[in-house]
Design a protein around this ligand. Structure first.
Ligand code: PLP
Length: 412
């Protein structure tokens, strides 16, 4: 039996915060025959997707595309710009920030991990995992680094493990206010094309993203958006690199080709995804996600459950973390919901495992899909014995009272 046969009828509800549901139009585009990646047609495809990704990152500078998951692009960012033993300043916002920090250690860098201290007494959860990056802590640390030993500041834009975003423009201002030359690296793997991201305006040196979130593609390609300062750093950085090296990729990308075999069919999908996103307009795409996030949070508030993100100014438009009452195993609730209603929710990761689950509101979705997903969660919480009021009703009222400004063109 194929794994997909587990879903007896109707569509599976993929409500994890990535991989996100892929529009049929993108799946169809990916089913076209694979072409010669050194042949005449390929260059036009390559140039189109690179140009489109520049628009999505809001940059005029090169974007490298890797046939790899996001983890590969994390590594690419570090090895292209840094040298063994370099100090890097990272900020603990959740599981993905922690994984990136571990990678830096494995690569022979010397990361320092800043975090908001303490634990929330009401939920028992670390405050660091309920808040975004605190730019003033970065500024203070950089001011103290008079010798400029810190070579890069690395932060996660949308922490997928918690549903908390971070104010990247504020981090840029903090670096500038400290008069520090460190590079700014931003993981926007789950932020790009769902949460506002502005590479050039915010002065980011290396951004990292992946295909399986806001771009609405299957997993398998990832990105580095660069700045001239990052490219200059790559000329002197000495960490070993070959597959990830920007220089050859950037050079060959000028004509739409790669130094190795790119992921041809995923690039067909990317081309289609870019058409969808750019036809609709990025601002409309971002507004759509903000509205979905508010609708889902309206349900969570009505249930009376805490939202993992404790700072309303940085709620994620991509996903919402729902904290279960003390003594209720969030993973057991998730497993029950999957078994009973064919609905996948994101598991709690790392320090919040078993204490929360995550509802994704990204990709090929709409109001009614989200209402149905919330109904699955509501039924599951009740079956698990959690005393809650009607959250679905509250979300329906929110969506009805707040019409979406423009329809999403994913059909056809
Ligand atoms: N960073 C963030 C914020 C993520 O959400 C993920 C994956 O979900 C990663 C990094 C790792 O990316 P991947 O699993 O594609 O290697």
């Amino acid at each position: 039996m194929l794994p997909l046969d587990h879903h007896p009828s109707g569509r599976h509800f993929l409500q994890i915060p990535g991989p996100s549901p892929v529009p049929d139009r993108i799946l169809r585009a990916m089913s076209l025959p694979t072409i010669d990646h050194r042949g005449p047609e390929f260059g036009a495809l390559g140039l189109k997707v690179i140009d489109g990704m520049k628009q999505v990152f809001r940059t005029r500078h090169p974007v490298a595309i890797y046939p790899a998951s996001g983890t590969g692009a994390w590594e690419a960012a570090l090895v292209n710009t840094l040298s063994p033993g370099d100090a890097v300043l990272m900020f603990e916002t959740g599981h993905f920030a922690a994984l990136w920090q571990k990678m830096a250690v494995k690569l022979g860098l010397a990361p320092e991990f800043l975090a908001v201290p303490g634990t929330d007494p009401a939920t028992g959860l670390p405050w660091a995992w309920r808040r975004g990056v605190q730019a003033e802590l970065i500024e203070q640390r950089l001011r103290d680094d008079r010798a400029h030993t810190i070579k890069a500041v690395c932060v996660v834009h949308n922490e997928t493990s918690t549903g908390v975003t971070s104010d990247i423009a504020a981090v840029r201002r903090a670096i500038d206010a400290a008069g520090h030359p460190a590079l700014l690296m931003v993981d926007t793997i789950s932020g790009l094309a769902s949460a506002d991201y502005r590479h050039d305006e915010w002065g980011v040196d290396v951004a990292i993203s992946g295909s399986q979130k806001g771009l609405m593609l299957p997993p398998g390609i990832s990105f580095n958006a660069l700045s001239p300062k990052a490219l200059a750093a790559s000329k002197t950085a000495t960490l070993p690199r070959s597959f990830w090296a920007w220089d050859e990729i950037v050079e060959m990308n000028k004509t739409g080709y790669w130094p190795y075999t790119p992921n041809t069919n995923l690039l067909y999908g990317l081309s289609e995804a870019l058409d969808l996103l750019l036809e609709q307009g990025l601002d409309a795409v971002l507004a759509r996600h903000r509205r979905w996030g508010e609708g889902v949070r309206t349900a969570v508030r009505a249930w009376g459950l805490p939202i993992q993100c404790a700072d309303a100014s940085v709620y994620s438009p991509v996903l919402t973390g729902v904290v279960t009452p003390l003594g209720v195993d969030a993973d057991a609730v998730r497993t029950l919901i999957h078994a009973r209603f064919d609905l996948s929710l994101g598991t709690g990761l790392g320090k919040v495992k078993g204490r929360m689950f995550r509802i994704g509101h990204l990709g090929d979705t709409n109001d009614l899909t989200l209402i149905a997903a919330l109904a699955g969660v509501e039924m599951g919480l009740k079956l698990a014995g959690v005393a809650i009021a009607g959250g679905v009703q509250a979300a329906m009222e929110y969506f009805a009272a707040h019409p979406q400004p423009r329809a999403l063109k994913t059909a056809a």
